[in-house]
Design a protein around this ligand. Structure first.
Ligand code: ADE
Ligand code: ZN
Length: 336
């Protein structure tokens, strides 16, 4: 194993932008499909060889993937699997995004309790400490957003960390005003707030996320680089940008040289690095994602470690958990 990969494997890692919908390997989905008396459209190892041309295609593909998860016991198993898989590569803490619109077979209370149970079991068995945000789709209504926040309030568990929003802003247009009341209510209830923006939207989407939704963090945010003043503001205000290089190279930038990761680091933006949709990206590990980022943007080991520290600062967990994560990073730094 080369030195960089070994360093990254050993480094304690924190991941803040990963969709639970895209963490279930083909073999696990085959197991779920069999329980429903269904068969997968392709062999499990080829399940993710889909031809998603763009984000909308890809989101439809996720709907089909999630349909194989037939019971809340399956959903808990999927969450438990994610926690165990994280630990295998030394991800100590992760926040997964779950968008209930991909899971029409389950009620909101059932989703919250199943994912909580799966993450509890995973951590008890030595897996990563995982939390989750529930995510709105950009094409939902204000009423649906309000209902999601009400369910979060009623069914709150310690694993449920926040509210997020994802989906295709190129199709929905600006929706900041529509979702502002739900985000404000979630904030009052003490939930963390994160928003996909600056991927299928340009800088205006990032501005909406900051000013209408009052998001604590931005998922992606890379297209903020198209507006130098906005980029400066993000850096000055230390707004965390949860950047996903491989995902962006697959779905967003035709020419890899357009990706602004190096620029974001150079202006001092609060960059964290995540996988977004690991199974869709060839069962991508976070170790491999970080290796690619390191090579692509000529990141030093110190910069890679710094991204983990920024992720701890940005995480939607309590100070005790953050202190333990910082201690693990410090121990690694002093021995490496
Ligand atoms: N949901 C899952 N992956 C996504 C992405 N890359 N952008 C927006 N919504 C998503
Ligand atoms: Zn995402």
């Amino acid at each position: 194993m080369d030195h960089l990969t070994d360093f990254l494997l050993q480094m304690p890692k924190i991941e803040l932008h990963v969709h639970l919908e895209s963490t279930m390997p083909g073999w696990l989905l085959e197991r779920f499909a069999v329980r429903q008396g269904r068969t997968l459209p392709r062999a499990p190892e080829e399940l993710y060889h889909c031809s998603a041309e763009d984000l909308s295609d890809f989101l439809g593909f996720l709907d089909r993937i999630c349909s194989y998860v037939g019971t809340t016991a399956d959903l808990a198993e999927a969450a438990e699997h994610f926690s165990a898989a994280c630990r295998e590569e030394n991800i100590l803490y992760a926040e997964a995004i779950l968008n209930p619109t991909h899971w029409p077979q389950f009620s909101l209370p059932d989703i919250i309790s199943a994912v909580t149970e799966g993450f509890d079991r995973g951590e008890a068995a030595g897996g990563a400490d995982c939390r989750f945000t529930l995510s709105l789709s950009r094409n939902q209504t204000a009423e649906e957003a309000d209902a999601l926040v009400s369910a979060m309030e009623r069914c709150r568990t310690p694993r449920l960390a926040g509210l997020s929003i994802d989906g295709n802003e190129a199709l929905s247009g600006r929706t900041g005003d529509r979702f502002a009341p739900a985000f404000a209510r979630a904030r009052e209830l003490g939930f963390g707030l994160t928003a996909h923006a600056g991927e299928s939207s340009g800088p205006e989407g990032v501005l909406d996320a900051l000013e209408c939704l009052k998001a604590d963090r931005i998922d992606h945010g890379v297209r903020a680089a198209e507006d130098p003043a906005l980029l400066e503001r993000l850096a000055a205000q230390r707004v965390p940008l949860n950047v996903c290089l491989s995902s962006n190279l697959a779905l967003l930038y035709r020419d890899p040289r357009e990706h602004p990761l190096r620029q974001l680091l150079d202006v001092g933006a609060a960059v964290t690095l995540s996988r977004d949709d690991p199974m869709f990206l060839g069962a991508l590990t976070l170790t491999e994602e970080l290796r690619r980022a390191a090579v692509f943007a000529r990141m030093s080991e110190a910069e890679l470690l710094r991204c983990q520290e920024i992720a701890v600062d940005a995480a939607f967990c309590g100070e005790e958990t953050k202190a333990a994560l910082r201690a693990a990073l410090e121990a690694f730094r002093s021995q490496s």
